[in-house]
Design a protein around this ligand. Structure first.
Ligand SMILES: Nc1ncnc2c1ncn2[C@@H]1O[C@H](COP(=O)(O)OP(=O)(O)OP(=O)(O)O)[C@@H](O)[C@H]1O
Ligand SMILES: [Mg+2]
Length: 469
């Protein structure tokens, strides 16, 4: 059993249970039929004996002769099944209905339990040997009484064979039907199990193997809503997320290569130009400045990537401490003073209370705020408004950064959290990596908090939550 398939195990178990069940039913039925049949037989014999006994006293009183007695007994029901022997009070056989027993006439019939008979009880014996035919017989003996006096007995002799033959016939039927039922049930369960269990499982198995070999687009066909169907569905959604991961990985790689290639190409071009003397001496500084910017961009990109990958692999450790979010907001805005002045932006800072304490990691929160404020400045038109707000809602602190500007289009809104996604190319400056929001979201998620974006009538607002301490 250890190495056999599920189908064998299941069908074998089922066959065992079914067989035991059906055999039990068959045994009960057989026993029931047997007792019913024997009871009926006994009742017939009793009736035969009673009918016969009405003629016997007449014969004993010489009111009827041998022929008439014979005729009366022949009319008695059940005589065709057995033979009747009449025994007198002293135990001598004085009449037989079948000539075969002629030789027993006027011999003593040995009663097994004569006392009970004399008391008026009938006796039933099974398996007695017939002295003439040597067959096994069933004997039914009924006393004949006249006014309470024992006058002899009627012995009904029936071959056991004639009682058992119909019983055997019934047994045969019961057992063959049982065997048929067992076989049919096993075939049925085998078919059902094949259809509902093993075929879908085999399919799942095949597809799983294909997926593990890289064919991530494979899916199983869900045909039922039972557990197998649910398993197939879960399997498919697992395959889907595998496919997505696979796609993400590919996109990520191609994005990275792309992001790395353009600065490296321009750096190489400018340096080569300087080395070859194509770039005039007086322009060297200008081009070196571009090279320097590109290198800064590369550095940022690599740092961001390292940050992201550390966060995603869970290696990024931060300590959640109690900190004043109002103070962090102020610090971050101060850092952008030049940029704000350059675009002549109006910044409105609404802070709840003097200090608002929440759980977070100072450096990470500064990173989040810096990214959000940087984005809002980038997307705010000149002379536009920027609003930074902190407030409490229940046990949460809500921090939002709003800027005037165009709403983020629907097709962008779900993508802005993806790595390297840059919506409006004209607005994003050269040092943009498109890793800002993914990093922000990663940090907030690792805090166990939430961040979302809303399009407002005049602009865009990002909000994230923190937990109050
Ligand atoms: N305040 C905003 N208003 C409108 N669109 C925004 C705003 N903030 C972000 N976006 C959109 O989301 C995109 C992704 O932002 P994200 O911060 O991830 O990258 P980035 O700002 O382009 O690059 P980086 O943050 O590296 O400088 C942006 O390119 C822009 O299309
Ligand atoms: Mg950004």
């Amino acid at each position: 059993m250890k190495n056999s398939s599920l189908v064998t195990k299941l069908v074998a178990t089922f066959a065992m249970v079914v067989t035991v069940g059906y055999v039990l039913i068959a045994v009960v039925l057989s026993l029931w039929f047997q007792s019913y049949f024997l009871e009926k037989n006994r009742a017939d014999l009793e009736e035969t004996a009673i009918l016969a006994s009405s003629s016997v006293p007449l014969y004993l009183n010489k009111e009827i002769d041998d022929t008439e007695l014979m005729r009366n007994l022949s009319l008695v029901k059940g005589v065709e099944k057995g033979d009747i022997l009449l025994v007198d009070a002293s135990g001598y056989i004085f009449f037989v209905t079948n000539e075969a027993y002629e030789s027993l006439m006027f011999t003593r019939f040995s009663f097994p339990d004569r006392d009970r008979l004399v008391e008026g009880n009938s006796i039933e014996i099974n398996g007695e040997m017939n002295p003439i035919t040597k067959e096994e017989m069933s004997l039914y003996i009924k006393p004949i009484q006249n006014n309470g006096v024992y006058q002899g007995a009627i012995v009904v002799y029936t071959p056991l064979q004639s009682i058992e033959a119909p019983l055997r016939e019934i047994y045969l039927r019961i057992w063959s039907i049982t065997a048929l039922a067992v076989i049919l049930s096993i075939i049925f369960i085998y078919y059902l199990a094949q259809r509902m269990l093993f075929r879908p499982l085999a399919e799942l198995n095949t597809i799983a193997r294909k997926i593990s070999k890289g064919e991530v687009t494979q899916r199983v066909l869900v045909t039922s809503s039972d557990e197998i169907g649910q398993l197939s569905e879960s399997f498919n959604s697992m395959a889907e997320s595998l496919e997505e991961t696979d796609k993400n990985r590919r996109d990520f790689l191609s994005n990275i290569s792309h992001e790395l290639r353009s600065p490296i190409t321009s750096i190489r071009g400018f340096i080569a130009g300087i080395l070859d003397g194509i770039i005039p001496m007086d322009k060297e500084k200008y081009y070196l400045k571009i090279v320097y910017d590109e290198i800064q961009r590369l550095t940022r990109l690599v740092n961001d990537l390292l940050d992201l990958s550390a966060m995603e692999s869970g290696k990024f450790s931060f300590k959640l401490t109690e900190l004043d979010i109002n103070e962090i907001v102020k610090v971050c805005i101060t850092r952008f003073e030049t940029k704000i002045d350059d675009k002549a932006l109006k910044v409105n800072v609404t802070l709840e209370g003097d200090h608002l304490y929440a759980a977070g990691d100072r450096d990470r929160l500064i990173q989040v705020m810096t990214n959000l404020i940087d984005n809002s400045i980038k997307h705010c038109p000149d002379n536009g408004n920027i609003r930074v707000q902190t407030r409490t809602k229940g046990k949460k602190v809500l921090v939002s950064v709003y800027n005037d500007g165009n709403a983020i289009p629907d097709h962008d809104i779900k993508n802005i959290w993806d790595r390297f996604y840059k919506g409006d190319k004209s607005r994003t400056n050269k040092v943009s990596t498109g890793l800002g929001l993914p990093i922000v979201r990663n940090i907030i998620t690792q805090f166990g908090e939430d961040i979302w974006v809303e399009n407002k009538p005049q602009g865009v607002q990002f909000t994230f939550t923190l937990s109050m301490t």
